[in-house]
Design a protein around this ligand. Sequence first.
Ligand code: GLP
Length: 260
Amino acid sequence: MSASTLQKSAAPRPQFHILADAATVAEAVAGHVARALAAKPQLTLGLATGSTFVPVYAALARRHRENGLSFAQATTFNLDEYVGLPADHPSSYRTFMRTHLFGPVELPQGHGFLPGVEADIARACAAYEAEIARHGGLDLQLLGIGRNGHIGFNEPFSSFDSRTRQVELAASTRKANAAEFPAGEAVPPCAVTMGVATILDARQIVLVATGQAKAQALASAFTAAADPACPASALQAHPHVTVYCDEAAAAGLADRQAGG
Ligand code: GLP
């Protein structure tokens, strides 16, 4: 895809920050979140999981410890959770969030929401959307990207109109996420995820991608027409998207702007 094709796109362009490596990306994303919290301490913040966010959350935790970055008035909503794992399972996203962010930044009890995966899931999904609305909608949504272009657990061919719901995970996603599970334990076949439309309702979106394994997905998301085959391409229609990526993940972007 050529640079001119990129520029012809009618949709608003995301702002790209292409940085040297994952550690630099993590600091930059933490800085972005810190600025949002400074501007609005009662921030409603959408959160992602995955290995990309481990250094991002470590950077936020360090700012909390050393610079007094406060989450005391913030409320957070996670993108997704596996169906069928108890909350205290080592690979649940609830455990991930407690370990990597909620504990380290001392998020007040009751301020960190994840989609419900017990009992009546359809009802829990509707309640999640209502809870986000009750908090005034998402001010800032953090997103990773799957190797197949998924955002949250919206796998390829998810409708751009989709809302929080139960989904089946792609075989490639279950394989990619197997490393997060204890040896010999299968990745659950289903998850609950915010929908693509739920994500697009956020007033601002930050997409983070690091490593060569994300280069193809990032290129598909932003250098071709938006297509449900690549759910992240839905972000092309959003007016306020910032992409933080490292050089390796940016390899497929035709008209790269270096630096941040
Ligand atoms: C996971 C999560 C996504 C995450 C993506 C990338 O499956 N559901 O929200 O963005 O896959 O994960 P990682 O950062 O580990 O590559």
